[in-house]
Design a protein around this ligand. Structure first.
Ligand SMILES: Cc1cc2nc3c(=O)[nH]c(=O)nc-3n(C[C@H](O)[C@H](O)[C@H](O)COP(=O)(O)OP(=O)(O)OC[C@H]3O[C@@H](n4cnc5c(N)ncnc54)[C@H](O)[C@@H]3O)c2cc1C
Length: 460
């Protein structure tokens, strides 16, 4: 008999969820983890960034409360305390996760796992080395920041999000962010709110280039109004030392330009992490840089499965969790599948952004007959009360069967609203069915009814 029925490598949101589900279904399970429990999400990703944004939002609210009669004279930022708060949040959640693993009777093995055979893992750590056998192995080793071959990226003062979040916390006078995707935009919001002079350089023609065009364009207008310098269609050539700071040299529409900053954040994406994970002849088939898996999350090596950032095209914590749970279910003979067409994705900028499913453009490009309804929130009571920036909601439906196939929401609390659309999509609801629900007043969500009414007008 093997030591375990399932060994999971990596205790991020994917590995943790898979391990707990498998243990609850009766398997003997262990998780191998070489860093903090909770993975990137709890320690270097979702949670620390939102903790930082919570602090900068409080500062922003205090400094801009005049419209509602609040005047503050002596507000100051204590960056060390902000980073301490972030650390405490991560540690609290990480400890909670360890307790849940313990309650579920999942063994947590500390160290770096190397798969030496399809049923054997060697774990090396500060406590020495151990070898464990398992019927099945689930790889959930996540991802790390990508480092493109840009000359100067190794200069002191150039950081990835990992290094920035793990650092002591410093209020920079100026920062250049390479990459205008989700991570770049969230850090731009945080540092700009705290008074840092922020420049964002994005290679594509707009911020958030993988999302609906209007989202990135609207966010760029709002950030520019707040003083953020934004260069799109701009390719970084190199980074050089510039006095006490750094100069990022880039080409925008064939014209060389330069942005200077005390520090540079490189936020141009993440790559699957599988360094030294497989030993000897054990090499799984790859799909680009990700491990290739089938619909059961099985790799090309029998009894070895992979989920989350290491194998998924969509790198999000809730995707990793859903895949970990589904994989454990299937290993235990249960039915489960993750619908990758219904994956909400959120950005904690101000206003917040939340999307799910297709944009109108994507549907048209795929040959799907489509209509979209839109509502701006200028007249929305909650938006007027908070003196909010330009916000809108779009809902997309098939023109033939009127089913909802996507939505793009840009307004405060949209990440807490997008599940309503995901729910509709998962259950194939039509625009008529979704508009039926009464939405409370005054809420941001009321605008969804207006967007749906507009959609129904367009559907005819
Ligand atoms: C700055 C930032 C902000 C983000 N914000 C969000 C957000 O708001 N919402 C969202 O959904 N997603 C967000 N993400 C993405 C999210 O963090 C990841 O999609 C998610 O953590 C992936 O989960 P995972 O379980 O696949 O891997 P990970 O969370 O990366 O966990 C993998 C774990 O495996 C461990 N490990 C790796 N190799 C080994 C080995 N050989 N032996 C032992 N242990 C090993 C690692 O140390 C790590 O702890 C963000 C990411 C970043 C970087």
């Amino acid at each position: 008999m093997n030591d375990y029925q399932l060994i999971v490598v990596g205790a991020g949101p994917g590995g943790y969820a898979g391990a707990i589900r498998a243990a609850k279904l009766g398997l003997r399970v262990a998780v191998v983890e070489n860093r903090e429990t909770g993975g990137t999400c709890l320690n270097r990703g979702c949670i620390p960034t939102k903790a930082l944004l919570h602090s900068s939002q409080i500062y922003h609210n205090i400094c801009t409360g005049q419209h509602s009669g609040i005047h503050a004279e002596t507000v100051h930022v204590d960056m060390e305390a902000i980073f301490d708060h972030k650390r405490q949040v991560s540690e609290k959640l990480s400890a909670g996760m360890e307790a849940m693993l313990k309650n579920a009777k999942v063994d947590l093995i500390r160290g770096t796992g190397t798969i030496v055979a399809s049923d054997t893992i060697r774990v090396t750590g500060t406590h020495g080395e151990g070898t464990y056998t398992a019927d099945d192995i689930l790889v959930a080793t996540g991802s790390v920041p990508a480092r493109p071959p840009i000359p100067g990226l190794d200069l002191p003062g150039v950081m990835t999000s990992d290094e920035l979040l793990e650092g002591p916390g410093q209020l920079y006078r100026s920062m250049v962010i390479i990459g205008g995707g989700v991570i770049g935009v969230e850090f731009a919001t945080f540092y700009n709110d705290l008074g840092c002079d922020v420049t964002v350089i994005e290679g594509m023609d707009r911020l958030l280039p993988t999302m609906d065009r209007e989202l990135g364009q609207n966010l760029a207008l709002i950030l520019k109004k707040r003083g953020v310098k934004i260069f799109t269609g701009s390719m970084v050539q190199n980074i050089t030392q510039d006095g006490n700071g750094l100069a990022v040299n880039f080409i925008a529409k064939n014209v060389p330009d330069v942005a200077s900053g005390e520090t540079v954040l490189c936020a141009i994406g993440r790559k699957p992490y599988l360094e030294n994970l497989f030993s000897g002849n054990l090499i799984p088939e790859m799909n680009g840089r990700s491990i290739r898996v089938d619909e059961r999350y099985q790799t090309s090596i029998p009894h070895i499965y992979a989920i989350g950032d290491v194998s998924s095209k969509v790198q999000l914590a809730h995707v990793a969790t859903a895949q970990g749970t589904a994989c454990a279910d299937m290993l235990c003979g249960r039915k489960n599948s993750v619908d990758m067409n219904v994956v909400p994705s959120c950005i904690y900028s101000r206003p917040e952004i939340a999307v799910v499913g297709m944009t109108e453009r994507e549907a048209k490009d795929a040959g799907i007959p489509v209509k979209s309804g839109k509502c701006t929130l200028f007249g929305n009571a909650r938006t007027v009360i908070i003196d909010g920036d330009r916000s809108f909601m779009k809902v997309v439906a098939r023109a033939d069967n009127r089913q909802i196939i996507g939505a793009q929401l840009m307004c405060e609390h949209s990440p807490d609203m997008i599940s309503e659309i995901a729910q509709a999509m998962a259950n194939h609801l039509t625009a008529e069915q979704l508009v039926l629900a009464m939405r409370p007043h005054p809420t941001f969500e009321e605008a969804l009814t207006d967007a749906l009414e507009d959609l129904l007008d367009k559907l005819g």
